[in-house]
Design a protein around this ligand. Sequence first.
Ligand SMILES: Cc1cc2nc3c(=O)[nH]c(=O)nc-3n(C[C@H](O)[C@H](O)[C@H](O)COP(=O)(O)O)c2cc1C
Length: 175
Amino acid sequence: MTNFIDLVTSRRSIRKYEDRPVEKEKVQQILKAALMAPSSKRCTPWQFVVIDDKEKLQKLSVCREMGCKFMEGAPLAIVVLAEEEKSDVWVEDATIAAIMIQLQVEDLGLGSCWMQVRNRKKDENLTTEDYIKEIINAPAGLKVECVIGIGYKAEEKKPFDETRLQLDKIHYNNF
Ligand SMILES: Cc1cc2nc3c(=O)[nH]c(=O)nc-3n(C[C@H](O)[C@H](O)[C@H](O)COP(=O)(O)O)c2cc1C
């Protein structure tokens, strides 16, 4: 197991992937990590949709004008949704599950990138959320937070440079 701070330091957004599938066992482990995410009152409002269908991945890659093209080359994506009725803090719950996915992905030696869905539009008449819900046949009542693109890294990114830590954002007892 990677040392946690090394894991956090090396995780970067990876948008280029090798053209090979992610093994089933690895996908299972990623999902396990998601299902162990903390949630408010342990009400676990999330749902996860695993996508490895090329046609669907291609459709995801045009769900917004920008910021989603990388999905076309991803062999795998996980749509992170939540039942709005179950929790008034579903955004937090879904977000925490998504970062658990990203960290587990990194620990497995794979790369990932977050694709924002909530509050985004495909075009003037359609939200990104409604477009994606249609692709995956999501029932009403479910909200889409994001989609995490996952795959073997086909680009290298330097680990976080600690000299760039924004220490001025830290305050002790008072601002
Ligand atoms: C809430 C959130 C939304 C993001 N949305 C997108 C997105 O839609 N498309 C994308 O390519 N990257 C997206 N990212 C990735 C960020 O651009 C990336 O994390 C940031 O530039 C820092 O780079 P790093 O992850 O390599 O450290 C998102 C990240 C977060 C946390």
